[in-house]
Design a protein around this ligand. Structure first.
Ligand SMILES: *Cc1c(COP(=O)(O)O)cnc(C)c1O
Length: 377
């Protein structure tokens, strides 16, 4: 994508985050902000309003609560605050991020169950229906929108429908999809959605985000097992004086405000999603032409990150492939799967057709340098 200072963009991060940000997002971090400065307070208020709208929330019934830290901090604040101490959480698991939510609940001392499917299959609404029927103690259900472990898109509409019709509360980890794939939390009836400053919103890392129903947050006083991850308290802080409870990540916030402007200028969720879909098509077609196979069939693939099976050619050594691509200015990502030996290439961040085409050209040259005849598994 055209940017005034190309060296500020390389290496290109073809990863699930941190990812490539625009020069202007980085520039927004060049000044310092006082945390009680009126302009900084306005910046926070603007961000919180825009996040509610992006999540399909309503200004009266939904609120956005930023949390210092990475995305996991937001997920942990969401679960630890919204699931009461006497509650029981059912997590739909088809990858590492679902598993992480189970772990978060265990550490928080919450009663938790996991409903697992294989990493190359979506979570199962039918199994959820049965599980909720069989276990009346379950109060909350948690699901990952795009499970970044494989890049699979989970059927959150069906999951939401079943959860709502059975009277349970839904928590969504939308981290790797938020801002690029549509999500309407009011229509879904979700209680809370977790996201981050990084990933599809193309800010810099350092801030987690939870958009939640106001009534759920109100009812959550005293639930949290942690002071710094108490979402209710953090929210009360913002409501009381529009300030963060503890030192805010000021530069991250400033960059994020710029990133949201750029998101809006690109056409919001629709525009950003269209660019990522075009990136994914260029990536997948280009890799298939080199013999590589995707783990997932196209209809299960989210346009966020793509898992490729490891080539069978003995000349292909992943660490060597990775290092050579890094030399050419492209950073890819190792696999995280247990079902298949694989690696991943992301198509999110400040990347467009030019960069994806260049990445495929670099992969082609690298394979021939390594003496790899085909990427076929
Ligand atoms: C990136 C990600 C997270 C959060 O990871 P952090 O490393 O803590 O930022 C959580 N869930 C999903 C689905 C993710 O992709």
């Amino acid at each position: 994508m055209s940017d005034p200072v190309p060296y500020l963009l390389t290496p290109y991060l073809l990863t699930p985050g941190p990812l490539t940000t625009s020069a202007t997002v980085k520039q927004a971090m060049l000044r310092d902000w006082g945390s009680r400065d009126g302009r900084f307070i306005d910046l926070n208020a603007g961000i919180r309003d825009r996040l509610v709208r992006l999540a399909g929330g309503d200004a009266k019934s939904h609120v956005a609560v930023p949390v210092q830290g990475s995305g996991t901090f937001a997920v942990e604040a969401m679960i630890g605050t919204l699931v009461p101490r006497a509650g029981r959480l059912l997590v739909l698991v088809n990858g590492a991020y679902g598993t992480r939510m189970v772990r978060i609940a265990e550490v928080a001392g919450r009663s938790v169950a996991a409903l697992e499917t294989a990493e190359d299959l979506p979570v199962s609404p039918a199994a959820l229906d049965e599980a909720l029927d069989a276990d009346p103690a379950i109060t909350h259900v948690a699901v990952v929108h795009c499970e970044t472990t494989s890049g699979i898109l989970n059927p959150i509409e069906e999951v939401a429908e079943i959860t709502r019709s059975r009277g349970r509360a839904l928590l969504i980890d939308a981290m790797s999809a938020f801002g690029a794939l549509p999500l309407d939390m009011a229509a879904l009836g979700a209680v809370a959605v977790a996201a981050s400053s990084n990933k599809c919103l193309e800010g810099v890392p350092g801030m987690g985000l939870v958009i939640a129903r106001r009534d759920a947050l109100e009812a959550a006083k005293g639930n949290a097992h942690s002071l710094s991850l108490d979402l209710h308290d953090q929210w009360r802080g913002f409501e009381a004086n529009a300030q963060w409870r503890f030192t805010p990540p000021t530069h991250v916030v400033a960059a994020f405000a710029q990133a949201l402007d750029e998101h809006e200028a690109e056409g919001g969720i629709e525009g950003r999603g269209a660019r990522y879909r075009a990136n994914a098509v260029l990536l997948i077609d280009g890799m298939r032409a080199l013999g590589f196979e995707t783990l997932l069939p196209d209809h299960l693939q989210a346009p966020i990150i793509v898992t490729f099976r490891m080539p069978a050619d003995p000349a292909f050594v992943f660490t060597d492939f990775y290092d050579r691509l890094r030399e050419r200015g492209f950073v890819i990502y190792p696999g995280k799967l247990t079902v298949a030996d694989s690696f991943r290439i992301g198509c999110i961040g400040r990347l467009g057709a030019e960069e994806m085409t260049a990445a495929i050209a670099a992969i082609r040259t690298t394979l021939s340098e390594m003496g790899v005849a085909t990427g076929a598994p």
